[in-house]
Design a protein around this ligand. Structure first.
Ligand code: NAD
Ligand code: 0WE
Length: 258
């Protein structure tokens, strides 16, 4: 049985009720985990209020602002985890960002600044969050991040995000090798396209979803709940022998060549 009772789980990347991180948080909660939630703070506190009321039914024991571009906020997040829990078992990294203009047109048009922003928020953040989590994962642990096929193959318009996901997936392997001796496992889930805040802002996402529905072995897209179930599995002792892997939760789309 999938049992996460007694485990402390920190979930990043919840923006609204369509977020993949929200699907993951619900499954971790259902499996009995004690939750901490971080959100991306904005000037007016709108995101804070929205996420706070969304996650209320899951009764998180920590609710913290964490903009991963701010090292101070990352440090403060793990200081708060240490103070409240003393130990961390599960870290969910479920965030990404590139400038909208860089997700259309010629890939080669990306600026140095745009490249740095995408790689900073979408890839380096796994390194900084893992570094913060490492000393708190004193009885082993599990780190799970979200990636996409566009980091392995060319997907039109995914552009600089593809390079960021390639870096993210390599981060998974280097972090898994480093943290394995202390029984911290690091894995990625490569999800098929799902309608979320991030993906809906992208032109043509519906066409991509229809393409998956037509050609993927399961002839449908995946849900946030299905990704959440895979994340709960990877976070649990059922996956105790699995580290450094990318698990495709994509209705089988990745295996197809035609
Ligand atoms: P989403 O918009 O719900 O989540 C993206 C999150 O990133 C938001 O919560 C946002 O607040 C957060 N974020 C952005 N910049 C940040 C920063 N500087 N600091 C902290 N947080 C920041 O969209 P989603 O689709 O649920 O995306 C979650 C993850 O899933 C991303 O890594 C994305 O690449 C990945 N993914 C999405 C799909 C898809 O089709 N939706 C498919 C595969 C992988
Ligand atoms: O990782 C993602 C989404 C990443 C994303 C989306 C946005 C839109 C709004 C990162 N940054 C931004 N910045 C914004 O301003 N996905 C896997 C979903 C996605 O995005 C695509 C896709 C798919 C699938 C972009 C182009 C092509 C396909």
């Amino acid at each position: 049985m999938l049992d996460l009772t007694g485990k402390n789980a920190l979930v990043t990347g919840i923006a609204n009720n369509r977020s993949i991180a929200w699907g993951i948080a619900q499954q971790l909660h259902a499996a009995g985990a004690n939750l901490g939630v971080t959100y991306l703070p904005d000037d007016k506190g709108k995101m804070e209020n929205k996420v706070r009321s969304l996650v209320e039914p899951l009764a998180p024991s920590l609710f913290l602002p964490c903009n991963v571009q701010d090292d101070g906020q990352v440090t403060a997040t793990f200081d708060a985890v240490n103070a409240a829990w003393g130990k961390l078992d599960i870290l969910i990294h479920c965030l990404a960002f590139a400038n909208r203009d860089d997700l259309m047109g010629d890939f080669s048009a990306v600026s140095r600044q745009g490249f740095q922003t995408a790689l900073d928020i979408s890839a380096y953040s796994l390194v900084s969050l893992a570094r913060g989590a490492k000393p708190l994962m004193t009885s082993g642990g599990s780190i799970v991040t979200l990636t996409y096929l566009g980091g392995v193959r060319v997907v039109p318009n995914y552009n600089v995000m593809g390079i960021a996901k390639a870096a993210l997936e390599m981060n998974v392997r280097y972090l898994a090798a480093e943290m394995g001796p202390q029984q911290v496992r690091v894995n990625g889930i490569s999800a098929g396209p799902i309608r979320t805040l991030a993906s809906s802002a992208v032109g043509g996402i519906l066409d991509m979803i229809h393409h998956v529905e037509a050609v993927a072995p399961l002839r449908r897209t995946v849900t946030q709940q299905e990704v959440g179930n895979a994340a709960a599995f990877l976070s649990s002792d059922l996956a105790s022998g699995i580290t450094g892997q990318i698990l495709y939760v994509d209705s089988g789309y990745e295996i197809m060549g035609m």
